[in-house]
Design a protein around this ligand. Structure first.
Ligand code: AMP
Length: 217
């Protein structure tokens, strides 16, 4: 499970971990954005919250995660990116894990100072197809507007506007930050420095997620 505010690099690291460990990357943000694009009833309901930088209500979010975890590709493990985001979601997730007879290996908090988060988000371009993200000045795509990974179209997400970013960070502080002590209390929390280059953050996550006293997989 990857924890951290918007812009910490959870999506980038979740994609790398998913490729490396051959388990699905389950991002509730991606699931909601796909549902919005496909104009499903759930997507239309979620859009009202996403557009305002608010969290989608817990009952909807918990249900989509429950459905996603029941898919066969998640049977051998998964990376969670962007879920849980409230203590209520975390307790519901504990119950899901117990019902599936599974345990969490680790909760990785990616720590990045506020000014850097704001800078990253307001300069972020996201692929509408595979959700890969680029930093327009520090890590731009090879061809402007085109995803290096899949050739998809890059956009600046509406919720990455300067005003919305500040609100999303406030929502994070109020509703999601308490999860740090929740998982610290459970003895699962590891914190990595998210200001390092992408590959260094990845190595730190792999090392932190390795069983205590053991070696990284
Ligand atoms: P993200 O791509 O993770 O930044 O998510 C984008 C938006 O989707 C968030 O600002 C929320 O509106 C919504 N969202 C994603 N994950 C959750 C979640 N676990 N709980 C509630 N809303 C979520």
């Amino acid at each position: 499970m990857l924890l951290g505010p918007p812009g910490a690099g959870k999506g980038t690291q979740a994609r790398k971990l998913s490729e490396s460990f051959v388990v699905p990357d389950i991002s509730t943000g991606d699931i909601f954005r796909n549902a919005v694009t496909q104009r499903t009833p759930m997507g239309m309901a979620a859009k009202r919250f996403i557009d305002r930088g608010e969290l989608v209500p817990d009952d909807v979010t918990i249900l989509i995660v429950e459905e996603r975890l029941a898919q066969p590709d998640a049977a051998a493990g998964f990376i969670l990116d962007g879920f849980p985001r409230t203590v209520h979601q975390a307790t519901a997730f504990d119950a899901m894990l117990a019902a599936m007879d599974k345990t969490l290996d680790a909760v990785i908090e990616i720590s990045v100072p506020r000014e850097l988060l704001i800078q990253r988000l307001t300069q972020r371009a996201t692929c509408t197809n595979c959700q890969a993200s680029y930093h327009l000045t520090d890590a731009p795509p090879k061809t402007a507007g085109v995803c290096d990974r899949c050739g998809g179209t890059l956009v600046h997400r509406d919720d990455d506007s300067a005003k919305m970013v500040l609100h999303r960070l406030e929502v994070h502080d109020a509703q999601t930050a308490p999860l740090v002590s929740y998982y610290k209390g459970a003895g699962l929390l590891r914190t990595v420095d998210g200001t390092q280059p992408i590959d260094a953050v990845f190595s730190a996550i792999v090392a932190a997620a390795a069983p205590q006293g053991g070696r990284a997989a």
